[in-house]
Design a binder for this molecule. Structure first.
Ligand SMILES: Cc1cc2nc3c(=O)[nH]c(=O)nc-3n(C[C@H](O)[C@H](O)[C@H](O)COP(=O)(O)OP(=O)(O)OC[C@H]3O[C@@H](n4cnc5c(N)ncnc54)[C@H](O)[C@@H]3O)c2cc1C
Length: 300
């Protein structure tokens, strides 16, 4: 069994930032990641709001952070974490293969996309219906696509698709675009149609998606043709396996030192209850969690 000072679950911006700070504090630091190192930020085609970079790809930013954390001495292990056992001063992390013991655990597991839960969504998932244009969008080069949602992430994805698709339509439930000013201005400057006040009623087609039935504010239906639909309906945290106090939506509740309801288990990033899920906020929380980890280990 591996024994470390700090085990960090998740290698997104929050986890890697925590790893960098922990390793720089001289703590034996292990990051446990079930998927691609760098987390969801890898999927961001162009990040335009990370301080210090006017534009950088999410994958490039994460590669730099990964190397920085590794150089500082953090180790990265590929495993799915299934459970954390609390033995007071020591925590045991159960994974599919090798278990780990740590003085402090930092949970930085991020979140996954929410479903709309409308007819046809399940049937056409990966056959027209997707949740990440940066990942699955290239298949729709020269075709008609809809971006369902109008927050920052949705607008950035619309801009990405506008370069390759024949037509991009944004379906926005509210009456105005929700993203920040630069993203809104980029979208408004492009030939992207937006349908406001619309909800998806159903996805339809044969073997693959062909059209989307929308419900408009006046209860009328509108049908748009679409080969691809990319859904941005919010996120739900990957926190099912973590037994600490959470919000009704499953977000981990932390104090301003990133401490959860269990001593020695800290949390950071998109998996905690907070108003803004971004790379910049995640790295800040990761740094604070590392500082708290050091304090806890020094006072034990
Ligand atoms: C398409 C897209 C575009 C975006 N664009 C921007 C942008 O321009 N600017 C910006 O600031 N933000 C952007 N974001 C949001 C940003 O990526 C997230 O806010 C950020 O990645 C959150 O970091 P995190 O470390 O909390 O979580 P994540 O990046 O989600 O990382 C969590 C990691 O934990 C791992 N994990 C989960 N459960 C387990 C487990 N049980 N065992 C082991 N590992 C586990 C996951 O595999 C994942 O790698 C974008 C997101 C997407 C999807």
């Amino acid at each position: 069994m591996k024994q470390v000072d700090v085990a960090i679950i998740g290698s997104g911006p929050a986890g890697l930032s925590a790893a960098l700070y922990c390793a720089n504090y001289g703590l034996k630091t292990l990051v446990i990641e079930r998927g691609i190192v760098g987390g969801k930020a890898n999927l961001a085609g162009k990040v335009r709001n990370y301080p210090g970079f006017s534009e950088i790809s999410g994958a490039d930013l994460m590669e730099r952070l990964k190397e920085q954390a590794r150089k500082a001495g953090a180790e990265i292990m590929q495993e799915i974490v299934l459970k954390i056992n609390d033995f007071g001063k020591e925590k045991e992390i159960l994974t599919q293969k090798e278990n780990v013991r740590a003085g402090v655990v930092i949970v930085a597991v991020g979140s996954k996309s929410k479903w709309l839960n409308v007819p046809g969504e399940k049937k056409f998932t990966n056959k027209g219906v997707h949740y990440c244009a940066t990942c699955d969008g290239p298949v729709y080069a020269g075709k008609e696509v809809a971006i369902i949602g109008c927050d920052n992430m949705a607008l950035n994805e619309a801009l990405y698709m506008e370069k390759i698709a024949k037509k991009v339509t944004i379906i926005c439930t509210s009456n105005e675009l929700k993203g920040d000013k630069p993203a809104r201005e980029f979208v408004e400057a492009k030939k992207i149609e937006t349908i406001f006040g619309a909800n998806v009623k159903e996805f339809k087609g044969g073997k693959f998606l062909e059209k989307i039935i929308l419900k408009l504010p006046d209860e009328e239906e509108k049908v748009i043709s679409a080969n691809g639909a990319f859904i941005y309906a919010g996120e739900e945290p990957n926190t099912g396996f973590v037994d600490v106090k959470k919000s009704a939506e499953g977000q981990i509740i932390v104090n301003n030192k990133m401490e959860t309801s269990t001593k020695g288990i800290l949390a950071a990033g998109d998996c905690i209850e907070k108003p803004l899920n971004q790379i910049s906020t995640a790295v800040g929380e990761g740094a604070i969690a590392a500082h708290t980890a050091l304090e806890l280990l020094q006072t034990e």
